[in-house]
Design a protein around this ligand. Structure first.
Ligand SMILES: [Cu+2]
Length: 93
């Protein structure tokens, strides 16, 4: 029983410190109003992604995610799969 409580408390504290990270992706292939929607949808499908803000004007996607679960490579892979190649532009905090 003690062991279970210990594991449980470890798990809870691990979650509390799960790192949230924000990156800006360059998505140069977006050209019309529906492109950012497609890109956003593809990113939101990735497990660990918390929020996505796309901009057609800037041709960027600002993605907030849990970096314990997902990596930047997974994000660029997701947009590429949707037909939009992307590259890492900037790492936020
Ligand atoms: Cu489009």
């Amino acid at each position: 029983m003690k062991k279970i409580i210990l594991i449980l408390s470890l798990f809870i504290s691990f979650n509390a410190f799960a790192a949230e990270k924000t990156v800006i992706l360059d998505v140069p292939g977006m050209y019309c109003a529906t492109c950012p929607i497609t890109v956003k949808k593809s990113l939101l499908k990735v497990e660990g992604v918390q929020s996505v803000k796309t901009s057609l004007k800037d041709k960027t996607a600002i993605v907030t995610f849990d970096d314990q679960v997902v990596e930047v490579d997974d994000l660029t892979f997701a947009t590429e799969n949707a037909g939009y190649a992307s590259t890492l532009k900037k790492i936020g905090e």
